[in-house]
Design a protein around this ligand. Structure first.
Ligand code: URA
Length: 245
């Protein structure tokens, strides 16, 4: 957490309620520091990051302070959007996180029918560092194809000359690693709309299933089940940029 904020403002920004509701929580003795209830006068004090770690709200540790990054195992059938109809990735997070300030956004998007590693953060600078083409953060996808690979795909994707319909610029070089006749890893450094599906479609194939298992050097943890999320550690964040350092 960078800097300090008044306790009532900090908790309101974290989604615990309006400033008035948060003051009500404090008055009810639900906000504690080292086990002792804080008072309404304390609600006006500035909270330093180390203090936040010693606090509880209704007996539970405080939510992550601003500057958080999460990894989510995105399941099939949920949308990376704040406002579209149907199940959204944000529905998989605690409901009060919807009203946090600053808000949490996905780092890029995965299609509704793509599963796998999705990062979310409330840190705009981190988000831009990951998605900016300047940083070339590689993203690895496992694609299941309708038709067998011909053997030509690797060279075409690596060429840096493949034009997708409607795009103004050719795709940057991408790496194909066949797994079986109808399955391959594809590692890309750009983030264009429906990119992997359109890349195989451009070569006359069709992606039947798509799963992202790695961003930079950060793998989707094996013990993170579809729909589950986890706070990223500084080492996880470093791993995202690891392959680029
Ligand atoms: N490429 C796609 O086609 N879809 C995704 O969700 C991600 C990359």
């Amino acid at each position: 957490m960078s800097g300090s904020l008044r306790l009532d403002r900090l908790l309101a920004n974290m989604g615990y309620g309006s400033r008035k509701e948060v003051q009500g929580l404090v008055r009810a003795g639900a906000v504690t520091l080292d086990g002792a209830a804080l008072s309404v006068t304390d609600a006006k004090i500035a909270i330093q990051p180390d203090l936040a770690q010693r606090m509880r709200v209704q007996g539970r540790p405080l939510d992550p302070p601003p500057g958080m990054a999460l990894m989510l195992h995105k399941p099939l059938g949920v949308t990376c959007s704040h406002k579209e109809a149907g199940p959204l990735v944000y529905d998989l997070l605690p409901s009060r996180w919807r009203i946090r300030e600053p808000g949490i956004s996905t780092v890029g998007r995965l299609d509704k029918e793509t599963s796998g590693l999705l990062l979310l953060t409330d840190d705009g600078a981190l988000l831009h560092r990951i998605i900016s083409p300047r940083h070339h953060v590689p993203k690895r996808y496992r694609a299941t194809l309708a038709r067998p690979l011909t053997g030509e795909e690797g060279a075409t994707f690596a060429s840096g000359t493949l034009m997708l319909e409607g795009d103004a610029k050719p795709l940057a070089s991408a790496v194909l690693e066949p797994i079986s006749p109808t399955e391959a890893f594809l590692t890309v450094t750009e983030g264009r709309y429906h990119m992997v599906r359109r890349m195989f479609a451009a070569l006359g194939n069709h992606v039947e299933a798509l799963h992202r298992d790695r961003i930079g050097a950060l793998d989707l943890p094996e013990d993170l089940a579809p729909g589950e999320h986890r706070l990223m550690t500084p080492a996880d964040v470093a791993a995202v940029f690891g392959a680029d350092q």
